[in-house]
Write a protein that binds this ligand. Structure first.
Ligand code: PEP
Ligand code: MG
Length: 553
């Protein structure tokens, strides 16, 4: 038996034969160009055709695989004609006087290598997008059929590959796929995104340990632990069967939680909302029966684009989420970039301490044109559902007042233009800094709700970089200082008659439910998969008997 360890990116356990995905690589040579202008023309025509194919695929994907997958193809359609990519091809054609095929392939390699080298995990995972688009343009130039390489066996398999592009994944017959294992990829890679969307277990990032000689051999994969067992022995098979049966039972128990209230045995409500990053995530919120959306990280719309999303683009995204949630609350956080989230087209000054620098609300207050566009989109969307607006990284009362002045201006503008919006749209702030905890009493008078970002609150309270991998036990969101900060903020919120939620990762910890109830937290906002286990825990708990024991040192 061979044991491989990668990153479990889509939960679940499966067993079956490994099947390697094969691509028929076109044989591209560096042939000289007799007419560089003509080669430029061939590239342009192929780019236009590729973009048209991708837009068509986006439409197909919308029905077949959801909005998130459709958005990937729309992004690819834009990438096919991307300025930097096109310029790289053109330079190669002119400098090397080579054929179109060679220039496209080389540009694809250069631009994808540049993306892969970026520090931002999300952007570096986009290198696969460039490779996918390049393959498509090359197929057009060489007249190769688009479905090349999809050679599937007749029985369901565990599909192995270096990485799979969205178009490759979409063309697979899902009934034949038990799971995915890939040598490349991360949580943000397409195999991971699509595997999660399709509910297929997947392990990524196996590196060179994933050898072609495993083709056809039996394997077990565990999408939670990231373990892959090739030729599993009897012990592993028995363990696997037992764990699989346990998980099935757990899944049935969780299914039974759907439609139930988020309420304790003695009638205290602790409502469970979901965190999302794009309209495509709403499907998972609905599947897991989330009671609303407690945090829509709007910056992902910005990070996934090549330029600032327009008012119209943002409006459509927010409206779609509000409509899909059908009257349930949708809290949309305004742009929270800076520090670990950088948009290449919005260059920020290089800072010594970016987590303490120009980020989140500070950028919005300093760049009114960006802030106003987003607020207009948000208020327009407020006419289509139960939308609330939330501001991140607040440290002072004046910031909230300034935000509110922007909101008042935008509402007056929409009024004058006769555009519908909800005059009573709730305004909330994130409690993510010790400053906001210490002045929570004053802040609570200015807003309709608080939501605690425990990821940043832990970072700033404990002076511990949330990005550093080696801080281990020093980064402790359960630290009494963080829990006491939660209590201070909760007391201030309730004294002012407003509600308080938690939208950081800490909220998903079922072991803290008693502490949250004792502190007086009203809402938790967590990833969709965490909703039902939390609901099960809350429904077994008696709020009255919960104590503040964990706040002691
Ligand atoms: C947080 O800081 O806890 C939070 C929810 O915001 P983000 O993780 O996006 O910074
Ligand atoms: Mg935060």
């Amino acid at each position: 038996m061979i044991v491989l360890t990668g990153k479990g990116v889509s939960k679940g356990m499966v067993r079956g034969p490994v099947h390697f995905f094969r691509r028929l690589a076109a044989d591209i040579r560096k042939n000289p160009a007799s007419d560089v202008q003509a080669e430029c023309g061939r590239v342009k025509a192929a780019q236009i055709q590729a973009a048209a194919q991708l837009r068509e695929l986006a439409e197909k994907a919308r029905g077949k695989a959801g909005d998130e997958t459709a958005a990937l193809f729309e992004t690819h359609a834009l990438l096919a004609k991307d300025e930097i990519y096109t310029e790289t091809i053109r330079n190669l054609l002119q400098e090397q006087r080579c054929c179109a095929e060679y220039a496209v392939q080389t540009a694809g390699e250069q631009v994808s290598a540049m993306m892969a080298a970026m520090d931002d995990e999300y952007l570096s995972a986009r290198a696969a997008d460039i490779r996918d688009v390049t393959r498509r343009i090359l197929n057009i130039l060489t007249g190769t059929a688009d479905s090349d390489g999809v050679i599937l066996s007749d029985v369901p398999v565990i599909l192995a590959a270096d990485d799979l592009s969205p178009s490759e994944t979409l063309q697979l017959d899902k009934s034949k796929i038990l799971g995915f294992i890939t040598s490349e990829g991360s949580d943000n890679s397409h195999t991971a995104i699509l595997a999660r969307a399709m509910g297929i277990p997947a392990v990524c990032g196996l590196g060179r340990k994933l050898l072609p000689e495993y083709d056809g051999r039996n394997a077990c994969i565990d999408g939670s632990s990231g373990k892959v067992y090739i030729d599993p022995d009897a012990t592993i098979l028995t363990e696997f069967e037992a764990q699989w049966a346990d998980r099935q039972k757990l899944r049935e128990t969780m299914e039974a939680m759907k439609g139930k209230e988020d309420v304790t045995l003695d009638g205290r409500k602790l409502t469970i909302f979901c965190n999302i990053g794009s309209p495509g995530d709403v499907a998972a919120v609905r599947d897991n029966n989330g009671s609303g959306i407690g945090l829509f990280r709007s910056e992902f719309l910005y990070l996934a684009a090549n330029s600032c999303p327009s008012e119209e683009e943002q409006f459509r995204a927010y409206r779609d989420v509000a409509e899909a949630m059908d009257g349930k609350p949708v809290i949309i956080r305004t742009l929270d970039i800076g520090a670990d989230k950088q948009a290449t087209y919005l260059p920020l000054r290089k800072e010594e301490n970016p987590a303490l620098g120009m980020r989140a609300i500070r950028i919005c207050l300093n760049r009114p044109e960006i802030f106003r566009t987003q607020l207009r989109a948000l208020y327009r969307a407020s006419a289509f559902g139960n939308v609330a607006i939330m501001f991140p990284m607040i440290t002072s009362v004046w910031e909230v007042r300034e935000c509110r002045r922007f909101c008042a201006d935008i509402m007056a503008e929409l009024e004058a233009e006769g555009i519908p919006y909800n005059k009573h749209t709730e305004i909330g702030i994130m409690i993510e800094t010790p400053a906001s905890v210490l002045i929570a009493d004053a802040l609570a008078k200015e807003v309709d709700f608080f939501s605690v970002g425990t990821n940043d609150l832990t970072q700033y309270t404990l002076a511990c970089d949330r990005q550093a991998n080696d801080l281990g036990r020093f980064f402790d969101p359960r630290h009494p200082a963080v829990l006491r900060a939660l209590k201070m903020a909760a007391d201030a919120a309730h004294a002012a008659g407003i509600r308080i939620g938690i939208c950081g990762e800490l909220g998903a910890d079922p072991e803290l439910v008693e502490t949250f109830l004792a502190i007086g937290i009203d809402e938790l906002s967590v990833s969709p998969a965490a909703v039902l286990p939390l609901r099960a825990k809350i429904r077994k708990t008696t709020a009255e008997t919960c104590t503040l024991g964990l706040l002691k040192c």
